[in-house]
Design a protein around this ligand. Structure first.
Ligand code: AMP
Length: 114
């Protein structure tokens, strides 16, 4: 989609600090990190949110989760703990309508989230 921020990143139109790229998914550091590790994992194909992705392409949803786990391993937090968050819709604070999981780690994340 022409007016989608994350599609523009996939197309190389905006630079990103990419940490993983497997062809189906892309992982890059969040510009406004909320934890020492804060990486966004997206599908390169445009889907509005995680529900739309699950309905349209379950294999890509699995790939997104696999990439998130690989990022956690790369960051050295696989054993200490990490969180994968999908803000979905306005009440959850989703600001970019292109599916993305937040990989958060590196501090005590607490529960429940705010
Ligand atoms: P959400 O609010 O769940 O939709 O998350 C969107 C995230 O994208 C926020 O945490 C932003 O900090 C992040 N973000 C916005 N623009 C960029 C960018 N150009 N590169 C990396 N992360 C971004």
């Amino acid at each position: 989609m022409d007016d989608c921020l994350f599609c523009t990143i996939v197309a190389g139109g905006i630079p990103a600090d990419v940490v993983r790229d497997d062809g189906t998914t892309l992982a890059f550091r969040d510009v406004n990190p909320q934890a020492p590790t804060h990486v966004l994992v997206i599908t390169k194909a445009h889907h509005r949110d995680v529900g739309a992705l699950a309905a349209a392409d379950p294999d890509a949803l699995t790939a997104l989760h696999r990439t998130a786990a690989a990022v956690a391993a790369d960051e050295g937090v696989a054993d200490s703990g990490w969180r994968l968050v999908f803000n979905t819709g306005p009440a959850a604070g989703q600001s970019v309508p292109h599916v993305h999981g937040h990989v958060l780690a590196g501090r005590n994340l607490g529960w429940p989230p705010g």
